[in-house]
Design a protein around this ligand. Sequence first.
Ligand SMILES: [Zn+2]
Length: 281
Amino acid sequence: MRLIEYVDCSTAGCRALDQQLIAQIQVIAPGALVRFDHLAVRVGPGCHPYLQTPALRALEQGLASKPGAILDCNSAYRTLVQQWILWNHCQHKRCRISAAATPGSSNHETGLALDVQHAQSWRPHLERFGWDWLGSWDEWHFDFKGSGCKDLRKLSVLAFQKLWNLNYKKSQLTEDGILGAATHAALIQAPTEGFPIGSVPRSKPAAILAQTDFPSLRQGNTGVAVSSLQKALNKKGYKVTEDGVYGPATVAAIRKCQVDAGLASDGVAGMATAKVLGLLA
Ligand SMILES: [Zn+2]
């Protein structure tokens, strides 16, 4: 399906294309976006759990100030494709979307925005650390206003242009990070199931997502990153339940794997352990 034909309210149907775009960003600017799903968060199906590092640190502090609570996140990093879908829904007055920034201009495309369920209960915990609540007209939305961040919005457009150019040698786009007429015309023709060619093989999604930003995972962490770690452990013969919870059994399996690989057996899955488990390219 071409992007212009996409009418689902959820952006989750474009996940494969999104992952190619995020992988492309990791290639252009390694480490610019870092994962946060090892924290006490639950991420929705259309949510890509990436932020810039200062925003991630502030989120960590906010979560630590509310021990035991899990933050439900509906949207964090948005690809150009996701922002286009939301903007297009808004233009057509679909899906009860009353406001959406023009593609290429949203704070979600620079890894400095979070849409949080039960925003009011999180407000004091997030605002203390530099996350601003936008207001009642967009009741889930928080922007990170702390220092040390970059504007990555052009990167979301550039990633698309590079990915397009990899695939269509005869209709090349100017790689300028600007959503002009030619890039927009190409964008709406993008295949929602992903391009034939990505900068990293489609067969290695875990490696794609972990390539440059594998978070140090440890006991108490939960989420998708823990699930992929457990899957990798099982593949290597260290049997654990793939429940997304880094509990004592996962610690024991990691320790065993570390001993076998000649690493310090601290039970924490960092870069070296992730490499042994095939999670890093
Ligand atoms: Zn938002």
